[in-house]
Design a protein around this ligand. Structure first.
Ligand SMILES: Cc1cc2nc3c(=O)[nH]c(=O)nc-3n(C[C@H](O)[C@H](O)[C@H](O)COP(=O)(O)OP(=O)(O)OC[C@H]3O[C@@H](n4cnc5c(N)ncnc54)[C@H](O)[C@@H]3O)c2cc1C
Length: 511
C-alpha cells in the first residue's frame, strides 16, 4: 500500500529512541511482549500513553482460565489444552462460524506455560473454579487484585532492561520500503520518533472508549455509551488500518451493560499492595478458612465495576434515571435506553418485598464469577455508598437526589407501602470490545489480502484477529499468551542480530 504523506518517517533528531523492538501499550499484552522480546536478546522501548502501566488489565476482575496448573493438579483435576479448546467452542453458540479457531488453539496450547511464567514472576492465584460449559474447573483468580499482574510484570521488565516512555501516545506507524520501521509518538505536546530495527508490537487494547469505532461497527446508540476504561481508544486498530490492516468482529462487545461504580481508587481494596506475600497469604486463607469468614473479604476484593443481575428487573425492581423517571425496556436493553437519558446514569429501586428475595440464595445482586455471589446484605455492609435503605419513599428520593414525586409516579403500586431500597448509581458501559486487527498465528498483522505487513505485530485486544473469548478468563489469557509470542517473534524477526526465522518457539516458563 502507498504510504500517505502523514506516514512518512519524521526526520531523525537526537531525541529519537532507537531499539530493536518498540511495544505500544503497557497493559498485560505489552508487558508480556516487552519481557519476551528482551529475553530473546532485543533492546526494547515501551511507549505508554498513560502515566503508568496498567490499562484494562489493571481494572479487570483478574480471572484467568487455564489447564494443567499447579492448582488444578492440587485439586486432583486432570485436564488438557485440547479439552479446553473443544470447550471454548461450546461458549460460541451461533457465533461459532465467526470464531478464529486456529488462534483459540494457540491460546489453549500456550496458556499452561504462560500461567507458570506468571507464577514464576510472583503472580499468585486462587482457584480453580467451575464455569460450565467448561467440563473441568479451569478458572483461576489473581490475588490480591489485578494490579498484581502489572506490578510484577512491569518490575520484571525494568529489571531486565526494558525501557519505558510514559505519557507517550503513539500516533502513527512509520513505513520505509514497505516495512514498518518505527512509531511517531506525542509526548508533552511534541512529536517524537521511536525507531524499531526489528519490529513494532501493537498492544494498545480495545476501542470501548472510541465513539468513532463504536458508531462505525455498532451504531449511534452504542457510540454514546462510555467504556469502563477511558484509555481504550482503539489507537492500535486505527494505526493498523492506516497501513491496510483489517478490524475483525468490530460489532461484538461486552456491553452496553449496567455497572455499579467501581470501589474506586480511594477504597482500601484498591490500596492493597499487589505483593506476592499478600497474594500467598490470601490464597492460604481462602483454602483454609470457613467460607462464612472469607466471603465478606472475597466479595470486597473482587468488587470492581460489578454488574447488577438482570434478574432484579424480572423480579420487580425498577430502573429509574437521574430524574427519577422510569426506564422502560426489556432487561437486556435497559443499559442502552438509560444511555440516551439526561445524565446517563440511574438507580435500581425496589420495595421491601422484592428486596427480601435478594438477601439470600438463589437470587443475588451481582456475581463475582466462580468465587462469590453478592447479596443485598453484602452490598449494605461492604458498599454502603451505593446501597440505600429508607422507610419512606421521600427519604430514598432525597439520598438519590431526585424529586420524590417523580419516583412515586415511576413506582406506581410498588411505591405505596413502606421500606424501600435503592442501589446505585448505575451507569451503562462497555466492558470490552472484541474488534481486533486480523493477524496470523504468529501475530503478524495482515492486510486485506491476508498478507503479513512486514515488521508489524499485534497482541492482546488489538491483535484479537477474530478470536472469540467468551466465558471468563480468556481475555487476560489471550493478552499474556499473544503478548509473549508477539514480543518474541518481533525480536527474532529475520535480519536482527538475535537471528532466527521469525517464528516463535513455545515460550518457556522461565520467570
Ligand atoms: C472491568 C473489567 C473487568 C475485566 N475482567 C476480566 C477478567 O476477569 N478476565 C479476563 O480475562 N478479562 C477481563 N477483562 C478484559 C481484560 O482486562 C482485557 O481484555 C485485557 O486486559 C486486555 O489487555 P491488553 O494488554 O490488550 O490491553 P490493556 O490492558 O488495556 O493495555 C493497553 C495499554 O495500551 C495503552 N495505550 C493505548 N493507546 C496507546 C497509544 N496510542 N500509545 C501508547 N499507549 C497506548 C493504554 O493506556 C494501556 O495501558 C476485564 C475488563 C474490564 C474493563
Amino acid at each position: 500500500m502507498d504510504p500517505s504523506p502523514s506516514l512518512e518517517p519524521a526526520r531523525a533528531t537526537p531525541r529519537d529512541l532507537r531499539c530493536d523492538v518498540v511495544v505500544v501499550g503497557a497493559g498485560g499484552a505489552g508487558l508480556a511482549a516487552a519481557i519476551e522480546a528482551r529475553a530473546a536478546g532485543a533492546s526494547v522501548w515501551v511507549l505508554e500513553k498513560g502515566e503508568a502501566p496498567g490499562g484494562s488489565t489493571a481494572l479487570s476482575v483478574g480471572s484467568l482460565t487455564c489447564t494443567g496448573t499447579r492448582l488444578q493438579r492440587a485439586a486432583g483435576i486432570d485436564d488438557a489444552p485440547l479439552a479446553h479448546w473443544e470447550d471454548m467452542a461450546a461458549f460460541d453458540g451461533p457465533l461459532l462460524e465467526r470464531d478464529n479457531r486456529a488462534l483459540a488453539r494457540v491460546l489453549c496450547d500456550e496458556i499452561p506455560a504462560t500461567f507458570a511464567w506468571l507464577e514464576g514472576h510472583g503472580v499468585r492465584f486462587t482457584g480453580p473454579f467451575p464455569e460450565p460449559p467448561h467440563r473441568r474447573a479451569r478458572m483461576h483468580n489473581v490475588l490480591p487484585n489485578s494490579r498484581a499482574f502489572v506490578h510484577r510484570l512491569a518490575g520484571a521488565a525494568r529489571r531486565a532492561g526494558v525501557r519505558f516512555e510514559l505519557g507517550a501516545r503513539a500516533r502513527r506507524l512509520m513505513l520505509e520500503d514497505g516495512r514498518v520501521i518505527g512509531v511517531v509518538f506525542e509526548q508533552d505536546g511534541h512529536e517524537r520518533v521511536a525507531r524499531a530495527e526489528r519490529g513494532v508490537v501493537l498492544a494498545s487494547g480495545d476501542f470501548t472508549s472510541s465513539p468513532e469505532f463504536k458508531r462505525r461497527f455498532m451504531g449511534e446508540a452504542a457510540a454514546r455509551v462510555p467504556g469502563v476504561n477511558p484509555g481504550a481508544t482503539g489507537d492500535g486498530q486505527r494505526m493498523g488500518e492506516e497501513l491496510g490492516g483489517v478490524v475483525l468482529n468490530g460489532d461484538l462487545a461486552l456491553g452496553p451493560e449496567l455497572r455499579f461504580a467501581p470501589a474506586g481508587a480511594g477504597s482500601w481494596l484498591h490500596r492493597l499492595p499487589p505483593s506476592p506475600l499478600l497474594g500467598a497469604a490470601m490464597a492460604g486463607a481462602l483454602r483454609r478458612l470457613p467460607s462464612a469468614w472469607t466471603r465478606p473479604f472475597v466479595v470486597r476484593f473482587i468488587a470492581t465495576a460489578l454488574a447488577p443481575s438482570l434478574e432484579l428487573f424480572e423480579l420487580g425492581a425498577l430502573l429509574v434515571d437521574a430524574a427519577g423517571q422510569a426506564v422502560q425496556a426489556p432487561p437486556a436493553l435497559l443499559a442502552q435506553t438509560l444511555a440516551a437519558r439526561e445524565g446517563g446514569s440511574g438507580y435500581i429501586v425496589m420495595d421491601q418485598r422484592t428486596a427480601q428475595r435478594f438477601r439470600a440464595a438463589p437470587h443475588h445482586i451481582s456475581t463475582a464469577p466462580g468465587i462469590a455471589y453478592a447479596y443485598l446484605d453484602d452490598y449494605a455492609r461492604i458498599r454502603p455508598r451505593i446501597c440505600f435503605e429508607a422507610d419512606a419513599l421521600e427519604d430514598l428520593a432525597a439520598v438519590c437526589a431526585m424529586p420524590a414525586s417523580a419516583l412515586r409516579a415511576a413506582l406506581g403500586e410498588r411505591g405505596r407501602g413502606r421500606g424501600f431500597v435503592a442501589l446505585g448509581p448505575v451507569r451503562p458501559v462497555f466492558v470490552h470490545s472484541e474488534g481486533g486487527l486480523a493477524v496470523d498465528s504468529e501475530h503478524r498483522v495482515l492486510d486485506r489480502q491476508a498478507r503479513p505487513l512486514d515488521g508489524l505485530y499485534a497482541a492482546g485486544s488489538v491483535g484479537q484477529g477474530g478470536l472469540l473469548l467468551k466465558g471468563h478468563g480468556h481475555h487476560l489469557a489471550w493478552a499474556f499468551v499473544s503478548g509473549r509470542r508477539a514480543g518474541r517473534n518481533a525480536a527474532l524477526a529475520a535480519g536482527g542480530a538475535a537471528g532466527g526465522a521469525g517464528q516463535a518457539r513455545a515460550p518457556a516458563a522461565d520467570g
